[in-house]
Design a protein around this ligand. Structure first.
Ligand SMILES: [Zn+2]
Ligand SMILES: [Zn+2]
Length: 397
């Protein structure tokens, strides 16, 4: 179904709204004003809504088109990052030390655009749409957990989302089946020996020996303990012990830590168990004690085939190319929705296509997207996806 005429009418609203959120960013779980603005917009559109946690909100619309459709949820994350905004633009961040450097302001504006169009044209959809404006994507354990705990997945048949991509030019969509982001964990091991004088190592017990063994042993996990076709990255990224320049003191403790990124949530369990085992047994072999802390981050996003089919078909329908890109090793709490119901997230190219400014990575203080061209295209895309998914005779399972 051609949705372009509806989109053109929203163009100015989209840009203004995105720039409003950009100028007033709020960090994860502190999105109080952002949430109030979203609720005010939903009220203006006559869309019922419910607060989730302190700063998340979802609204819903029942379609009026004849026939049975599916119930789909559309998710936008709404939080910004604790970092400076170094861009020189009129809509520069007005909150010092806070910046929308991941494009969540664009996600919020696009979802609001979809809501405004569907609120005015309920006859476009048969099913029900939930609009999730989710807090805290950038902050563990992730706002998606709150939504899932509140039972959002019991209400819907499928979840969809986009994430803008500031490094790829406008015109292509990365939405493939299967694993699309990493399952992440961090670890820290504190090794305790016995401090003493450098001249009498036999009366001390130097924790640096097991700590340096641990750096080797943990780094070898992908090569020696994982299958040759598994994708696992284990990086020891810090080791602290002793005092710089103090050569005659054997330290009492050594602390090392790092990160695990894998493309399979079960493999993450195996790798972290192995780190725990090494962290306990190697210090013990040196008669040192140890404490191992593992913190799991987000699981891997796994895009469901049926949802991907809808998103790919929609991209081609409006002239966008489906890009074939390797999974990213970043984390994304959208994974939690996909663990409950079929779900898919697409990365939407939104770098400047005209050469006005260079593409910037996400979380960069000069992060920038081409909102004038990209936002209406993203709206057209998402409206196509959602109407297609809602109007499906059977849920997209
Ligand atoms: Zn981010
Ligand atoms: Zn993000």
């Amino acid at each position: 179904m051609a949705v372009k005429p509806y989109v053109l009418a929203e163009q100015a609203y989209l840009t203004d709204l995105r720039r409003h959120f950009h100028a007033h960013p709020e960090v994860s779980l502190k999105e109080y004003e952002t949430c109030k603005k979203i609720e005010a917009e939903l009220d203006r559109m006559g869309i019922p809504h419910k607060r989730i946690g302190e700063t998340g909100v979802y609204g819903w619309i029942d379609g009026k088109k004849a026939g049975d459709g599916a119930t789909v949820a559309l998710r936008a994350d709404i939080d910004a990052l604790a970092m400076d905004d170094l861009k020189e633009v009129p809509y520069h961040s007005q909150n010092a030390g806070v910046c929308h450097a991941c494009g969540h302001d664009a996600h919020t504006a696009v979802l609001m655009g979809v809501a405004e169009i569907l609120a005015a044209h309920k006859d476009l959809i048969k099913g029900t749409v939930y609009f999730i404006f989710q807090q805290g994507e950038e902050f563990l354990p992730g706002g998606a957990c709150t939504l899932v705990e509140e039972g959002i997945a019991d209400k819907v048949d499928a979840f969809f989302a986009i994430h803008v991509d500031a490094e790829r030019p406008f015109g292509s969509v990365d939405v493939l089946e299967g694993t699309r982001s990493a399952a992440i964990a961090t670890f820290e091991i504190t090794v305790t020996g016995k401090g003493g004088h450098g001249s009498t190592p036999h009366t001390a017990n130097n924790p640096l020996l097991p700590a340096s063994d641990l750096v080797d042993a943990i780094s070898m996990i992908p090569a020696m303990k994982c299958g040759p076709l598994d994708n696992a990255t284990v990086s020891v990224t810090y080791l602290h012990s002793g005092t710089h320049g103090v050569a005659n003191v054997i330290p009492e403790t050594a602390v090392l830590g790092g990160a695990v990124r894998v493309l399979d949530t079960q493999l993450r369990s195996f790798v972290t168990e192995e780190i725990k085992r090494l962290g306990e047994t190697i210090p013990a072999a040196y008669a040192c004690s140890s404490e191992v802390t593992i913190v799991n981050g987000y699981p891997a996003v796994v895009n469901a085939p049926a949802c991907v089919a809808v998103m790919q078909e929609s991209a081609r329908e409006i002239g966008l190319e489906v890009a074939h890109i390797d999974p990213r090793l970043g984390g994304e709490d959208f994974a939690y929705y996909g663990m409950k119901k079929p779900a898919a997230i697409a990365w939407f190219g939104m770098a400047d296509a005209t050469g006005k400014y260079a593409p910037t990575p996400h979380h960069n203080p000069k992060f920038r997207i081409d909102d004038e061209t990209g936002l209406p295209a993203a709206l057209e895309y998402m409206l196509t996806v959602y109407t297609k998914a809602c109007n499906a005779k059977t849920p997209t399972t």
